[in-house]
Design a protein around this ligand. Sequence first.
Ligand SMILES: [Zn+2]
Length: 68
Amino acid sequence: MRLSDVECECGALYRCAESETLEGEPGNLQCASCGRIVEAWQTRNRRVYRCMLTPDRSYPVVTPPPAP
Ligand SMILES: [Zn+2]
């Protein structure tokens, strides 16, 4: 089982688990937030994606307070 992280242009983060033993089929990952094709593959290994972070749940960028 290989793990890797894939990030969509919209900021959503997916964790990919690719099995080296189970058989799957070529396909692609469509972002659940923006609908873009984040990743496409031609291998026949089984892949499972889990959404780790959606853009609306990510932390906002906090600006540091001004120096005294
Ligand atoms: Zn997206």
